[in-house]
Design a protein around this ligand. Structure first.
Ligand code: GLP
Length: 262
């Protein structure tokens, strides 16, 4: 695993976008695993800028990590109101690049048959040839996607109950934007499993801010444990790049004084 520390969020985002763009230039029909959350927003802005300068997304295939169970993109509502990850991806990236709609895969949070959906999501990833580059953030409780503490490190795409900490971390957006309370927000999600994620050919994990410092150190340097599912990165056998800003890296003991400013 290569850990790169950048000065700030902007520099972290720029490098992450360069790595994604490099992947797409090398293999225009790359299968990219996309993540949601506030962390990748800056990376997606950079990708949009690069697209305006010619980066071509017309042949990429996208698979998103997860979606809340019980909600989905509802075009009769505004983004703020529907709060789905599907809507998030369109508003933050897909609407501004030339990806083809038929190449976008996001678990359908409104499915009536979640077990079948999870199975076919896994099959679709395989049929596409597997994920070439998986983008990941990290949740406050150390999760990847919505693989909450206690998830098996072999887990596959499935329905997962959100942890109390994730509900605490995420409910404000629901409340602020849509007046949906913590009790009313989805308590379950459809998520790729840790086993699914570890099959990606390459992993790009990003994290920023002092709030993430301790959990980042636990995941990267602590014991591999299903209580911090992102610690599975230590088991990963492919190429893993972790880009952190200085604040998120501040509790790491193994990589001091290696910040690159640009
Ligand atoms: C959610 C997503 C994760 C994401 C996490 C962190 O829980 N399911 O994929 O990594 O949020 O979000 P943020 O980047 O806003 O801290």
């Amino acid at each position: 695993m290569e850990i790169i520390i950048k000065k700030d969020y902007e520099q972290m985002s720029k490098l992450a976008a360069e790595i994604i763009a490099g992947q797409i230039r090398n293999k225009p029909n790359s299968v990219i695993g996309f993540a949601t959350g506030s962390t990748p927003v800056g990376t997606y802005r950079e990708l949009i800028r690069m697209h305006r300068e010619g980066l071509d997304f017309s042949n990429i295939i996208a698979f998103n990590l997860d979606e809340y169970f019980g909600i989905g993109m509802d075009l009769s509502k505004s983004y703020a109101e529907d709060q789905s990850y599907t809507r998030f991806m369109y508003e933050e990236l897909f609407n501004y690049i030339n990806i083809k709609d038929e190449n976008i895969h996001i678990p359908d949070g409104l499915t009536k048959n979640p077990d079948e959906l999870c199975k076919s999501y896994e099959e679709a990833i395989k049929e596409a040839g597997g994920i070439d580059l998986q983008i990941l953030g990290i949740g406050g409780d150390g999760h990847w996607a919505f693989n909450e503490p206690g998830s098996s490190l072999d887990s596959r795409t499935r329905i997962e109950r959100l942890s109390e900490q994730t509900l605490d971390d995420n409910y404000e957006a629901f409340y602020k934007n849509a007046g949906i309370s913590r009790e009313e927000m989805p308590h379950y999600a459809i998520t790729m499993g840790i086993g699914t994620i570890l099959e990606a050919k390459e992993i790009l994990m990003i994290a920023n801010g002092v709030k993430k410092a301790e959990i980042v150190a636990n995941a990267l340097e602590g014991p591999v444990s299903n209580l911090v599912t992102a610690s599975a990165i230590q088991l990963y056998q492919g190429k893993a790049t972790v880009i952190l800003d200085e604040e998120a890296a501040s509790r790491l003991s193994s990589v001091k004084n290696t910040t690159s400013a640009s």
